[in-house]
Design a protein around this ligand. Structure first.
Ligand code: ACO
Length: 429
């Protein structure tokens, strides 16, 4: 808290509100006393000017295109680190020593299997269910299988639940995919790293040896790093809100997955690929750009724009690089990459997009990369959920461990009917 105060004149009265200073980023006006002092609420649907919590985990400067996890630039983590190291960093606040890293990798690896009863649970789904529907249900169902880690007041149980979720999410994701194509589930193999294990559980079949392509595995690991956390986005805020009532962590993460599914959030990677396929060829781009600019057309350029980034999303730059690496390694030439690059070039020179500061976001290139790796479109958001699980958990833990945290309970501007008396049904026309 700084000594500075902001003053607000309302109805002839002036009230003083404390100004809070973070370690980086804009100052924040503390309005907690506003209702008590004035009887007024603030109105900010969509939280465009509202900090919903205090956090030490992730920092974004959207104007400068900067993303830091616990102070470390995303570019450095993506280049030098691995996903489990990033998980450790997000959860514990510091990069691990070699011994801490080895212990963490061991703990995550030893929790990768899911209760065998979960496999039966899967049998109830339709084969054509969207994998995100299966993920919402199966992650929520973990709380029915792991009662011994649902007491949120116990720090040991909190950490076991966290480890379980990071470890088991790839297993559930691979099971959701295998189930949809009628293949047998592939058990985790604990001598593989996190990304390789997931690739194997997804693509191996019992009748053939599966050899993990190390370049693809490294690229997937980097994709996980890029998606690991993004401060108070819609799904993370959902996790925090669900957790603020004391709900168990598995249920909270299931709520986060549900929120991530939407096309304005994590579902955009799937929507981008569908859009690129619909555009099809470079010569059709101007038509779609015109549609995106037309106020009467609901069409938007998917993978473009961001609530916080008003500059190039730093993750999109790294993702574009990863896309090229993966296509080169696999010897693929995807015409959709050509469409994407040209779409980006045209949009970045178009006044509409320049004025509104609409740049490619992380989802713009991730779909092409995941498609090249062999993932079907419907699994793209699932991969996002795998990576974001650690961010959700780190944010959930931070909230639970903050002695000042309260149940999240926004207020409203009521615009419905004023008080009126009940009319019996026979008197209604
Ligand atoms: N294409 C065309 N116009 C756009 C786009 C777009 N992709 N995004 C925003 N705009 C326009 C809006 O029409 C609006 O114009 P107006 O001021 O004339 O009404 C203006 O830019 C601001 O847009 P908002 O929707 O108010 O911005 P908001 O911050 O609420 O939304 C969002 C951000 C949801 C990401 C939006 O840019 C969008 O829908 N993008 C496409 C979906 C997408 O890529 N989502 C992934 C986000 S990243 C992630 O979750 C990992």
């Amino acid at each position: 808290m700084s000594d500075e105060k902001g003053s607000l004149g309302l109805g002839g009265k002036t009230i003083e509100l404390p100004v809070m200073q973070g370690s980086m980023g804009p100052e924040v006006l503390d309005i907690r006393s506003l209702y008590g002092e004035t009887g007024m609420f603030t109105f900010d649907p969509g939280f465009t000017s509202t900090a919903s919590c205090e956090s030490k985990i992730t920092f974004i400067d959207g104007d400068a295109g900067v993303l830091l996890y616990r102070g470390y630039p995303i570019e450095q983590l993506a280049e030098h680190g691995d996903f489990l190291e990033t998980c450790y960093l997000l959860l514990y606040g510091e990069l691990p020593t070699p011994a801490q890293k080895a212990d963490f990798d061991y703990r995550i690896t030893r929790h990768t299997m899911v209760h065998e009863q979960m496999a039966r649970f899967f049998q109830g789904f339709r084969r054509d269910a969207h994998p995100m529907a299966v993920m919402v249900a199966s992650v929520g169902a973990l709380s029915a299988f792991y009662h011994d880690s649902t007491n949120i007041a116990d720090p040991t149980q909190r950490m076991i639940a966290s480890t379980r979720m990071i470890a088991k999410i790839p297993t559930l994701a691979a099971m959701a995919y295998k189930y949809s194509i009628g293949h047998p589930f592939v058990y985790p193999k604990n001598d593989l790293d996190y990304a390789s294990n997931f690739l194997r559980m997804t693509f191996a079949v019992p009748c053939e040896d599966y050899k993990v392509n190390q370049i693809v595995s490294r690229a997937l690991d980097r994709i996980f790093i890029l998606h690991a956390d993004h401060e108070q986005n819609a799904s993370t805020s959902t996790v925090r809100l669900a957790g603020s009532s004391g709900a168990n962590p598995f249920a909270c993460i299931a709520a986060g997955i549900a929120s991530l599914w939407g096309p304005a959030h994590g579902g955009a990677n799937e929507a981008v690929l569908k859009m690129l396929e619909e555009i099809g060829t470079v010569d059709r781009i101007p038509h779609f750009i015109a549609r995106a600019k037309d106020k009467n057309d609901p069409f938007r350029l998917m993978g473009f724009g961001h609530r916080v980034y008003k500059n190039y999303d730093p993750r999109a730059k790294l993702m574009q690089q990863t896309t090229r690496e993966v296509l080169r390694e696999l010897g693929l030439k995807d015409p959709l990459l050509e469409v994407a690059l040209e779409l980006e070039r045209i949009a970045l020179h178009d006044d509409y997009f320049i004025e509104k500061k609409l740049y490619p976001n992380i989802d713009f290139y991730s779909g092409i990369t995941l498609k090249a790796m062999g993932f079907p479109t419907t699994t793209f958001t699932v991969l996002f959920a795998i990576a974001r699980t650690v961010g959700w958990i780190a944010q959930w833990k931070e909230m639970i461990e903050d002695p000042g945290s309260k149940i999240g309970r926004p207020r409203q501007l009521y615009t419905g009917a004023t008080r009126r008396d009940y009319t019996p049904i026979n008197k209604r026309s």
